[in-house]
Design a protein around this ligand. Structure first.
Ligand code: SF4
Ligand code: SF4
Ligand code: FES
Length: 591
């Protein structure tokens, strides 16, 4: 009608997949829709997860442009066209990855005709493939292998010599088995579109085509290992993981990378408690489908031989200085009680990758002890990543924002400088250090120098590995890494993310949250502050030291319960729970 605004086009269309009706976004990719339809988890599934309308595919990837070269994603599509006053069906096989949904579309992913097309494509994919699955590192998670079981013929119709292609190193991190390559071009598109460095290309033609680098330009960019992860077959291999485990023996657990303040979603693959490799997990709001190579390779410290299991007492006469946990806790509590009686000269330090839950307990412990001199240890900056489709900040600390929120320490560097000055002027006689930095105090020589001052009488340390700190400390309590404990972090974009333990059984030591709760129960059994206010102490007033612990806590709270306790009191965290954050992969918070 004249004068009326046209009604907006609907943002969704109604389609049927294998006869099941769905309402999906208008203009959505047919393959993407088929992979997600009928599944609760809307992440891009791999072939092992499948789904009710799973469509096999090699070259399509949700984070890359469409190439449409493998032809494996054939489906049969029926659309309706108006002819006169009749709607006439038009059915044809088509590749799903290069089609978009339309109102009334019917998609067939399962019929015999579709299966037959797939079997034909598998014949072509396997034409020159060596079928060396028993010695291939990809076996067990290879699309070619899995699709062959699902759709392939049981024998090849081709009886001639296969084309040989190169097997070589593409750089310090990656090898290629050209013989296994199915020429899907995913790796080329990662280098063109994600890193933007374009090291890879097809060379030669026809059945001689092979992936290669340009002379003098190895595949060394900071995102290079993403090519290995997207390779659907065993052509590209991560040298670090090669032949270290069979993938079907690996335990896969979700994690969040703590090596910088981006907080990429990861999958930690371990074998009998030993981390073997780190893979990317989808989090569109943070890292999409990618990880930097540091995030994939810098995990050896978790399995490292510097880990220790029992508390260390410097004064112990034993050869390795290790004592029982009961003795370690008692010694630590005694030194902390001493610190509480001299709180003007007492400091408490915690690292900037500690979880919010650890920061929260640290805060409670320092409050109970009356320690107001707080410093945050930040690992030195790393080289930021500024590539075409992936950026990551220089800040190598996972939770600087959390330390600001929970402890109120605006600048970690300034707080640490204050501690260093205090130590140098003999005003830091008692120090509690909660460390957990992957590379210890590397690049923090001023801090180690300060801790080594003669005037620093007592150091109680929590750390997961032995190093300079445990050498200096009177008592060192063996803690765990963030791989072994759950918790939450706030990244550089103020995204609050929670995670569960990626190594649920722990390698060595005890969770920091457990140790801090035990210390808290020993120095302030009723949760009350144990020392008098600093002003009263300065005036020489009697100090209200808490009675020695008579009861131990009956329950050690886990990360989820600690988060709830914290969220009830910290405004920015209200309304969130550990579970909701794990499920939603995080939420932005106002700080
Ligand atoms: S090396 Fe892998 S990702 Fe690259 S084209 Fe070959 S099969 Fe595809
Ligand atoms: S960008 Fe940062 S958080 Fe992401 S994988 Fe790399 S180091 Fe880890
Ligand atoms: S996934 Fe569609 S053609 Fe390769």
């Amino acid at each position: 009608m004249a004068g009326m605004a046209p009604s907006p086009a609907p943002a969704t269309v109604n389609i049927k997949i294998d006869g099941v009706p769905y309402t999906v976004p208008k203009g959505a990719n047919v393959l993407d829709v088929c992979l997600k339809a009928g599944r609760q988890n809307q992440d891009y599934p791999d072939q092992r997860e499948g789904g009710p309308h799973y469509v096999p595919h090699f070259c399509w990837h949700p984070g890359l442009s469409i190439s449409g070269n493998c032809r494996m994603c054939f489906v049969k599509v029926t659309t309706y066209m108006k002819k006169g006053d009749q709607m006439v069906p038009n059915t044809m096989p088509t590749i799903a990855c290069n089609s978009v949904v339309a109102e009334g579309m019917e998609i067939d992913t399962r019929s015999d005709e579709v299966q037959k097309i797939r079997a034909g494509i598998m014949d072509l994919e396997l034409l020159n493939h060596p079928l060396d699955c028993p010695e291939c590192d990809k076996a067990g998670e290879c699309r070619l292998q899995d699709y062959d079981y699902d759709y392939g013929n049981d024998h090849s119709k081709f009886d001639f010599k296969k084309v040989d292609r190169h097997i070589k190193s593409l750089g310090s991190k990656i090898n290629i088995w050209g013989t296994r390559c199915i020429l899907c071009s995913r790796c080329i598109r990662v280098c063109d579109e994600v890193s933007g460095t374009s090291e890879l290309a097809f060379v030669n033609r026809g059945d001689r085509s092979v992936i290669d680098i340009f002379p003098t330009r190895p595949l060394e960019n900071e995102l290079a290992l993403n090519t290995v992860e997207v390779c659907p077959v065993g052509a590209l291999k991560n040298k670090d993981f090669l032949y270290t485990a069979r993938v079907w023996n690996l335990e896969e657990n979700a994690g969040v990378c703590g090596l910088c303040s981006k907080g990429c979603a990861t999958r930690v693959d371990s074998l009998k408690g030993v981390v073997k490799r780190i893979m990317a997990r989808e989090n569109v709001a943070v890292n999409q489908y990618w990880l930097c190579d540091q995030g994939r390779l810098d995990f050896k410290w978790v399995n490292g031989d510097k880990r220790f299991d029992r508390p260390l007492l410097k004064a112990s006469s034993g050869p390795d200085k290790s004592v029982s946990w009961a003795k370690g806790y008692a010694a630590a509590a005694e030194l902390l009680q001493k610190a509480a009686t001299d709180s003007a000269n007492a400091w408490a330090l915690i690292h900037a990758s500690a979880t919010n839950e650890e920061l929260w307990l640290f805060k409670k412990l320092t409050q109970a002890l009356g320690i107001t001199n707080i410093a945050v240890i930040a690992a030195p900056d790393r080289k930021p990543i500024d590539l075409k489709g992936f950026k990551a900040p220089a800040d190598a600390n996972a939770n600087r924002a959390g330390a600001r929120l929970v402890l109120g320490v605006a600048s970690a560097e300034e707080s640490l400088t204050r501690f260093i000055e205090a130590a140098k002027s003999s005003k830091a006689r008692h120090v509690l250090v909660v460390s957990g930095l992957p590379h210890g105090f590397e690049g923090l020589s001023a801090l180690t120098e300060a801790l080594g001052q003669q005037s620093v009488e007592n150091i109680v340390a929590l750390d997961f590995q032995q190093g300079l700190l445990t050498e200096l400390a009177q008592v060192s309590l063996a803690s765990q890494t963030w791989f072994e404990t759950g918790g939450s972090w706030i990244n550089a974009d103020h995204r609050l993310q929670a995670f569960r333990p990626a190594l649920p059984f722990g390698i060595k030591g005890r969770p920091v949250t457990e140790i801090l709760q035990e210390l808290l129960s020993r120095v302030a059994p009723q949760g009350a502050p144990m020392a008098a206010a600093p002003a009263a102490q300065a005036a020489g007033a009697a100090t209200a030291v808490a009675a020695p612990p008579v009861t131990r806590p009956r329950v050690v709270l886990g990360a989820a319960a600690l988060f709830d306790e914290m969220a009830a009191q910290v405004e920015s965290l209200k309304g969130h729970s550990h579970l909701s954050l794990v499920r939603s992969k995080g939420a932005r918070v106002e700080l």
